[in-house]
Design a protein around this ligand. Structure first.
Ligand code: ATP
Ligand code: SF4
Ligand code: MG
Length: 339
């Protein structure tokens, strides 16, 4: 058992691998503040998959980048983020590199853009074995080929290739190989299946499931409710920089309480039961012009006077539910989405 395996199996299941508390991220563009994350809190535990869903620009990638210390210079961050209890914002540059290199595997949507164009693919993987496992050159290259063999039938050819010589689907497979090579404790996957053909999509999801089954905690960001249904233990629904609802996956699909969650599910033909399929009206708000009202108000068909006067609702435990079901709404849905 290597050193990493020992530490990764150590924590009790109730110790979160990732904890985020009241995370706030504001970008500044053209002098205007863009509040992309407005008080986000969640945990990711060993062997658990948390999926974040929500329309474009709701702040999902911002959260992933904040945890990984990859926000651009025009972002201001506050709140707490922990990896196994260790404060991520307090980590040195070297500790952050180690966190991203060995403890948290990263799968981004565009595998090609994430790979270095001037290095052979095998060399890119080998480099992390040398840096984080102290392997010698030859050993690290062999280890890279071994890792590629998990997702390619001709791993040596891929190891020798440059990124321009492989397809987008192959680049995603390389991302899987790289993200899982050092057996990280956590995987952060941002739209891991976007634009993939069905075979590579299936491989991607299978790889994530295998990681989860071996105790890895997964934070998966997706627009694809097929991915949510297949992978998620818990779901966080994002709207305009806040979580508007969090629940276990079964509750999310059956008895969502926030009108936005209801509308989101109801706009998907493959999900909506008879009578529930309705296109959601309107568009997400411009984050630069948010008021202190509920951000969903302009699109909501459940709004009452209270929504206009009482300020943005807090994320609170849904009445009569388990503690794990929270929603941010004064007039929660009374009917189930599906029986
Ligand atoms: N570098 C940046 N500078 C300024 N604004 C940004 C920057 N990155 C993101 N934003 C803004 O922050 C908000 C949240 O963006 P983010 O990329 O986190 O959303 P998302 O939920 O991941 O969207 P998508 O589903 O399209 O990937 C958007 O309004 C976006 O325009
Ligand atoms: S608080 Fe009011 S406006 Fe906001 S989602 Fe609930 S019902 Fe709609
Ligand atoms: Mg995104």
């Amino acid at each position: 058992m290597d050193e990493h395996t020992e530490t990764s199996t150590e924590p009790a299941p109730d110790v979160p691998l990732i904890s985020v508390r009241d995370l706030r991220v504001t970008y500044k563009t053209n002098g205007l503040p863009v509040p992309a994350a407005r008080g986000i809190s969640f945990d990711v535990r060993p062997g658990e998959v948390l999926t974040l869903v929500g329309e474009s620009a709701s702040g999902k990638s911002t959260i992933a980048h904040a945890i990984l210390g990859l926000l651009p210079d025009n972002a201001t961050v506050s709140g707490e983020m922990y990896y196994r209890g260790q404060s991520i914002p307090d980590m040195s540059a070297a500790e952050l590199r180690r966190l991203r290199g060995t403890e948290i595997g990263i799968i981004f949507q565009d595998g090609r853009a994430s790979l270095t164009p001037t290095m052979r693919i095998g060399e890119q993987i080998a480099e992390s074995f040398r840096e984080h496992r102290g392997m010698a050159m030859e050993e690290s290259l062999d280890a890279a080929v071994e890792v590629l063999a998990r997702v390619f039938s001709d791993p040596r050819r891929i190891a020798d290739a440059y990124v321009f010589q492989i397809s987008g689907g192959m680049a995603q497979r390389v991302m899987i190989a790289m993200a899982t090579a050092l057996k990280p404790s956590v995987i952060i996957a941002d739209e891991p299946t976007a634009n993939l053909d069905p075979a590579v999509r299936h491989e991607m999801l299978t790889a994530i499931e295998e990681m989860r089954d071996s105790g890895t905690g997964i934070l998966a960001i997706t627009h694809d409710f097929g991915v949510v249904a297949r992978l998620a233990d818990r779901v966080g629904v994002m709207y305009a920089g806040v979580l508007v609802e969090t629940a276990d996956v079964r509750t999310t699909f059956r008895t969502p309480k926030h009108p936005y969650t209801f509308g989101l599910l109801g706009s998907i033909p493959t999900l909506a039961p008879r009578g529930r399929l309705v296109a959601m009206r309107g568009n997400p708000p411009d984050l630069t012009t948010l008021t202190d009202e509920c951000a969903f108000l302009p699109r909501c068909n459940k709004a009452t006077g209270e929504c206009r006067t009482a300020g943005e609702p807090a994320l609170t435990v849904v009445e009569g539910s388990s503690e794990g079901h929270l929603a941010r709404c004064y007039n929660q849905m009374a009917v189930p989405f599906r029986e």
